[in-house]
Design a binder for this molecule. Sequence first.
Ligand code: BDR
Ligand code: CA
Length: 315
Amino acid sequence: MTVPAPAPRPVILDGDPGHDDAISFLLALASPEFRVLGLTTVFGNVGLERTTRNALIVRELSGVDVPLYAGADCPLVARRISAEAVHGKSGMDGPELPTPTRGAEAGHAARFITQQVRARPGEVTLVATGPLTNLALAFRFAPDIVPLVRAVVWMGGSTDTGNWTPAAEFNALADPHAAHIVFTSGVPLTMFGLNVTHQAIAHPARVQAFRDLGTRVGEFAAVLLEFFAEHHRERYGWDGGALHDPVTVAWLLRPELFVSRPMHVILDLTNGPCAGRTVADVWNVTGQPKNVEVVTGVDADGFFALLVERLGRYS
Ligand code: BDR
Ligand code: CA
């Protein structure tokens, strides 16, 4: 008797591509375990126009026909920051970037998220790899959807040091008020902070494995990662970039590659030196309710093997 495969998990991929967002999108779009309902974009690494253009390029590269909606072009309250120093002027510097032949769908990302969650109560997982502004807007405009979301999986924050300030990680600092809304919403939330993504370094042998695929997607990923490595070499002295965003998707596919535990986590919304910090109660000193599943460890070899295998599915 053959056991039927479980139904694909409906997901929406919300991000600010971004080298690592692009690889995250490609990983999900190559994986039959998911039904990707759509891609949504947010300002972040660069402005919204560019992150959307980059997402359109990635969609066309994948050859998968999914809707794509642009969302927020600025944070809710904070001043806009950007990460051109890491991702280049285009937000995805390195490979030659073709002009996309198709544009984004009409309508706001937050509206799309709302409609999809309402249409599939309890089913939709929101995978966020940029500032949480689109999710926060959706949760504020349509609070009825919060209990209908299956899960939010977010790359952002850190249980220890930051990468944009000594205290704050980029996606958290880019819109701390949006993150606060999501963190206090009661939605099932899993956080992949720098404490885990800094364990997933795309060093040269791992980059070579993408190139060895001998495909357009493999080469695209390799060139992205080579560009991404430059900043990490200068700033941290590492032999490759930390492949932050795709760990979210990999965890949904292979949770056994990761270690996590629940914690109480809040955002620092003050304007001081710790602004945007995700303050994680690692030792449960407050005894406050644990609102976030915090990922603390990854089997980096297993993660990269999964990535190469999945990106190898593109012809
Ligand atoms: C996060 O910030 C962005 O630069 C990356 O795409 C990732 O989502 C890492 O701090
Ligand atoms: Ca990102």
